[in-house]
Structure formats: structure tokens, C-alpha cells
Design a protein around this ligand. Structure first.
Ligand code: SF4
Length: 93
């Protein structure tokens, strides 16, 4: 889902550093992205361990360390760096 959203953003792509190595997204960014991105993702209800865990409905077998998808992590890293504004995301999701 995160990568689909990226395609809808009108951003100066050549100015955005795409070399994202971080897999840790700030907790506030995680909460915000979950609220605007995950809840509209087609995998939210069925198909994403991360979303199920956040809803308090972990899928079987139960995992306690489910991570978001790559698109989520990429967007989160870009937001944390200030490359992408979360309000801009909110307008295209
Ligand atoms: S983390 Fe899961 S629910 Fe959120 S955007 Fe990625 S696949 Fe969808």
C-alpha cells in the first residue's frame, strides 16, 4: 500500500533521498501512518500481521514482532527525515 501511495504523491522526486536504510520508524510516525495508511489498505482486515497485531487481534500463529510492510517503512523513514510531509500523504490517501 505504501508504494501505491507514493505513486500518487506530487513531490520533487529528484530531491528526495531514496537511500533509506533505516528500519526503525519513530513511534509517533508509526501511529500516524497506521491511522492514515493502514486503515485504508486492502490488507488491513486480512493479510497483514502488523495491522492485526496493532488491532489486538494477532493472527495465528501469534507473532509479537510483526513489522509493517516495506512501503510503510519507506514512507515512515521519509517522514522521519522530513523528505515527505505527512499532511501531504493524508491528502492523497
Ligand atoms: S503495514 Fe500492512 S496494513 Fe499497513 S500498509 Fe503495509 S500491508 Fe497495509
Amino acid at each position: 500500500m505504501g508504494l501505491l501511495v507514493l505513486g500518487n504523491l506530487t513531490l520533487p522526486w529528484d530531491e528526495i533521498d531514496m537511500n533509506v536504510q533505516e528500519k526503525v520508524v519513530h513511534s509517533e510516525t508509526m501511529d500516524n501512518l497506521y491511522g492514515i495508511l493502514c486503515v485504508q489498505c486492502p490488507f488491513f482486515d486480512d493479510g497483514c500481521d502488523f495491522a492485526a497485531e496493532r488491532r489486538g487481534e494477532p493472527r495465528e500463529p501469534v507473532r509479537r514482532d510483526a513489522t509493517p510492510c516495506g512501503g510503510f517503512l519507506f514512507l515512515g523513514a521519509c517522514i522521519d527525515r522530513g523528505s515527505i510531509d505527512i499532511q501531504a500523504l493524508n491528502q492523497v490517501i
